[in-house]
Design a protein. Structure first.
Length: 155
């Protein structure tokens, strides 16, 4: 087994002068910093007093699932001789919140894949294999479903 470590720094930038003296008195703004990469401006979801112009942890979790699936899918397609020329995913996650807090109940991936060569049925089937290979999907405790659309590029 090999181990891979992912180090980053999260820096809170929302101190408005009085720290966390009151729940509504501090900002949820923060930066996610990774050496050698651009900072990601983060906040909480607007429902939790966050800045709607910044990424929130829930957005980033759905994005991680979508991009992990896509990267595995592109790899599997290349190996299988499927020529993908475009890939767009309209992913959506659902989070339920109650008195105990919140948790994701599911994420739905909706990739639209355009292929120039290869079997469309195989192209569709590779999504299941990509799902099982995705490190992020294998790490969460809620269902991640996939409803792919395969489009054959017209010549």
């Amino acid at each position: 087994m090999s181990l891979h470590r992912y180090a980053l720094e999260v820096v809170w930038t929302g101190n408005r002068g009085e720290g966390t003296r009151g729940y509504r008195g501090y900002g949820r703004e923060h930066e996610i910093r990774i050496d050698g990469k651009p900072a990601i401006a983060g906040s909480s979801d607007p429902a939790f007093l966050g800045d709607p112009a910044r990424h929130n942890p829930e957005d980033l979790l759905v994005a991680a699932l979508s991009s992990c699936h896509m990267l595995w899918y592109l790899h599997l397609a290349a190996v299988a001789g499927i020529v993908v020329t475009a890939y767009t995913d309209r992913a959506e996650g659902t989070m339920a919140s109650d008195a105990d807090g919140g948790r994701f109940t599911d994420v739905l991936l909706r990739p639209r894949v355009v292929i120039a060569a290869g079997d469309p049925a195989l192209a569709a089937a590779l999504h299941e294999e990509a799902h099982h290979a995705c490190f992020i999907a294998r790490s969460v405790n809620f269902p991640v479903c996939c409803e792919p659309e395969i489009v054959t590029e017209s010549v």
